[in-house]
Design a protein around this ligand. Structure first.
Ligand SMILES: Nc1ncnc2c1ncn2[C@@H]1O[C@H](COP(=O)(O)OP(=O)(O)OP(=O)(O)O)[C@@H](O)[C@H]1O
Ligand SMILES: O=P(O)(O)OC[C@H]1O[C@H](OP(=O)(O)OP(=O)(O)O)[C@H](O)[C@@H]1O
Length: 229
């Protein structure tokens, strides 16, 4: 059998992942047409390349369908409640840096900290008869962070993209999303809470703790991990 390596199938993470492996003498290549999600690995024998959405790689690792996978810390910690038992971090890759943060409208001049938010959320509920809405795709991480911070008067609304636009579109009062340069937040008139950093994330190579390995696969994994070290 072969070792299965899952990597993002498109965009910035895919290109940088290919370059990271290339520097270590392992070529990941896409085969077939531009739109065909097929690939191959050269430089080490016995590895199959599996091109996947970055968001699906945590699930594939935890199901043991891939042995190794590249995706962000944020996606692993959001999607796998018991992530430390299911995956092992082999190497941070030094790109895909993004911070998961809480952000509120710039015009909320009295709200800069979590304490301010707590007070504003309570006042919002009294004034509007419903809880303040926070748009995000990171439900588990945001709930955990706000629980630990003692903020309770809120509800999460799901947003799988263009999250910063939800405030202007009036489907949420504030957001929790990843930011890198901060440009998207600024363009949408949002500001960070000063103590609202939930998680620092970067692209990382993970190994599944649950994928079954026979002796041949174990050998290939050891050779590969040695080369990447
Ligand atoms: N602006 C950014 N700068 C750096 N890293 C980012 C940025 N946006 C997203 N990322 C990181 O890239 C990874 C993939 O992000 P995202 O959830 O946007 O997936 P995607 O590329 O939309 O994939 P898919 O929709 O196929 O699941 C995440 O780990 C995220 O932290
Ligand atoms: O701080 P910045 O450098 O502006 O980057 C942050 C933006 O990048 C990501 O969006 P992406 O481009 O992946 O689009 P999405 O809204 O579909 O997730 C993220 O969700 C932010 O919106």
């Amino acid at each position: 059998m072969t070792v299965k390596l899952g990597v993002p199938s498109k965009g910035r993470l895919m290109e940088k992942t290919f370059a990271w492996f290339d520097k270590r003498g392992i070529s990941l290549i896409r085969t077939g047409s531009d739109r065909e999600y097929a690939g191959a690995v050269t430089g080490v024998d016995g590895i199959d390349l599996v091109l996947l959405s970055a968001g699906e790689i945590p699930r594939e690792l935890s199901a043991g369908r891939i042995h190794l996978g590249v995706t962000g810390t944020d996606l692993v910690q959001e999607k796998l409640p018991l992530w430390e038992q299911q995956v092992e971090e082999l190497a941070p890759l030094g790109f895909g840096h993004a911070d998961l943060v809480l952000a509120v409208p710039q015009c909320w001049i009295d709200v800069d900290t979590l304490d301010d938010l707590d007070a504003a959320a309570a006042a919002f509920r009294i004034a509007h008869g419903h809880r303040m809405r926070i748009a995000t795709k990171y439900h588990r991480l945001v709930h955990g962070f706000l629980r630990d911070s003692g903020v309770a008067d809120y509800q999460l609304v799901d947003s799988q993209g263009a999250t910063e636009g939800t405030v202007m579109n009036e489907t949420a009062e504030m957001i929790a999303d990843i930011t890198s340069t901060g440009e998207t937040l600024r363009a949408n008139h949002l500001k960070l809470l000063v103590d609202g950093l939930i998680l620092r994330s970067q692209a990382t190579l993970w190994r599944s703790r649950v994928a079954p390995v026979d002796s041949a696969e174990k050998h290939v994994l050891n050779v590969l991990i040695d080369r990447l070290g």
